[in-house]
Ligand binder design. Structure first.
Ligand code: UGA
Length: 439
């Protein structure tokens, strides 16, 4: 089938490449000229495992191309996806300006007698589909189209496998013709398809992300109780996670959830619920617990080092999770900045995210020394703090780490290391929701 995707961010670009991979012809549209030129030149603006190969292969096979022109995309496609950002506003509600603008632009190029399905893939508040439909009709009375909601559930860092093998595909539609086209489009993915009304599909996305955030905050609250009682949160998570009704996924305690989705979507869901007159206090508690995690972690560091001013600390990890270069709303970045404001001398290492953290001015290179390797970061350090659980850190020779450090003190914000191994190696080792070990 012929389709176009408006917006070449994480969701748009990865979706475009995966649709092309299963045989569809895809035009990716973006209004950022520089980004389109980069993509046309074969350069990928984001790091996502497997994406580069996928893009190159499908461009070469002439199933994937990039353009600035919405008209070009819409003219050549039966299905038009909207995958533009929906950033948060100061009050937590969602800024829908880009969606509205794209709806108007689509209206401007839709032709009479050329039926199109306009699909919203961006994360939007319930009832946005109704507004997109009304907007297109207002700006083009003759347009022949249907609006569909098709939320995306991919995770950064494993976006390609998530898209190629989704748990489910949600199609929110009020038209059989549009639903049939969407089913044909997704047929090659061999995944269960759930057809709903448009409002329910939109709500599924916010409800899913909020539930996953709730799971994380739940285990983080349990971790506090474990710390206070001497229990081990990893064992507790295993024990409750073995119950199939609960499941072990997303029960990893740490310094809190971050990224461009969970913090924003929980806030948005709280705001949507409030606007609809049905406040969602449970989610406010989820946010409170999440913010508290970093405070608890910093308290542990302060307790051990007493005064942070002029202490030399190394931080491993800057991205909001491993296998991505994304540093947006990364708790690791907040942590680094809090240490700096307490006067600590921070050296930081990240396999992929350091450049963006500096370029986007999230981290001040005059105050944080960025290193090229994890070992270089720990040179002379009085503490090592692990903020993101990159696999690379598991493979670092910890005996060498200890030899390079001034004091063998490790604060593991993601429970990456085994406490017994750390004890045997001679570290004093703090983690989340587990007893502290000393040599
Ligand atoms: C999340 C959802 O998992 C995707 O299904 C969704 O499509 C996406 O948001 C989105 O709305 O676009 P993502 O933000 O890429 O995906 O990353 P996650 O793997 O969900 O991690 C989010 C945060 O939660 C990270 O900071 C991670 O460290 C943290 N986390 C995750 C925990 O602290 N504990 C866990 O057990 C799992």
């Amino acid at each position: 089938m012929e389709l176009c995707i408006i917006g070449s961010g994480y969701v748009g670009l990865v979706s475009g490449a995966c649709f092309a991979e299963v045989g569809h012809h895809v035009v990716c549209v973006d209004n950022d000229k520089r980004k389109v030129e980069m993509l046309q030149a074969g350069k990928i603006p984001i790091y996502e495992p497997g994406l580069e190969d996928l893009v190159h292969r499908n461009v070469a096979a002439k199933r994937l191309r990039f353009t600035n022109s919405i008209e070009d995309g819409v003219d050549h496609s039966q299905v038009i996806f909207i995958a533009v950002p929906t950033p948060p506003q100061v009050d937590g509600s969602v800024d829908l300006t880009y969606i509205e603008q794209v709806a108007r632009e689509i209206a401007g190029v839709l032709k009479k007698d050329a039926y199109r399905v306009v699909v919203d893939k961006s994360t939007v508040p319930v009832k946005t589909g109704e507004k997109v439909e009304a907007t297109i009709k207002r700006y083009n009375r003759d347009a022949d189209f249907d609006v569909v909601s098709n939320p995306e559930f991919l995770r950064e860092g494993c976006a390609v496998p998530d898209l190629m093998n989704p748990d489910r595909i949600v199609i929110g539609s009020a038209s059989n013709k549009a639903t049939d086209l969407m089913k044909r489009l997704y047929e090659p993915f061999k995944a269960p398809i759930l057809v709903t009304d448009i409002n329910s599909a939109e709500l599924i996305k916010h409800a899913a992300n909020s539930f996953l955030s709730l799971k994380i905050s739940y285990i983080n609250a349990v971790a506090s109780i474990c710390e206070a009682s001497g229990a081990d949160v990893e064992m507790v998570a295993d024990g409750i996670g073995m119950d199939k009704r609960i499941g072990r996924n997303f029960l990893n305690s740490g310094i809190g959830y971050g990224g461009s989705c969970f913090p924003k979507d929980v806030k948005a869901f709280i705001s949507i619920a409030r606007q609809l007159g049905t406040p969602f206090a449970l989610l406010e508690e989820v946010e409170r617990i999440n913010a508290h995690q970093l405070n608890r972690f910093i308290d542990k560091i302060r307790d051990a080092l007493w005064v942070l001013k002029d202490k030399k600390v190394a931080v491993w990890g800057m991205t909001f999770k491993p296998d991505t270069d994304d540093v947006r709303n990364s708790v690791a970045i907040d942590l680094i900045n809090r240490l700096v404001s307490d006067g600590a001398h921070v050296t930081a290492y990240d396999p992929k995210g350091a450049e963006k953290a500096v370029d986007w001015k999230l981290v001040d290179p005059a105050k944080v020394r960025i290193t090229k390797s994890p070992l270089e970061a720990v040179e002379g350090a009085e503490a090592l703090i692990l903020a993101t659980e990159w696999k690379e850190f598991v493979n670092v020779d910890l005996a060498q780490v200890k030899a390079k450090m001034h004091t063998p003190l490790v604060f593991d914000g993601r429970n990456l290391f085994n406490p017994e191994t750390m004890r045997e190696l001679g570290f004093t080792y703090f983690s989340m929701g587990r007893p502290t070990v000393k040599p």
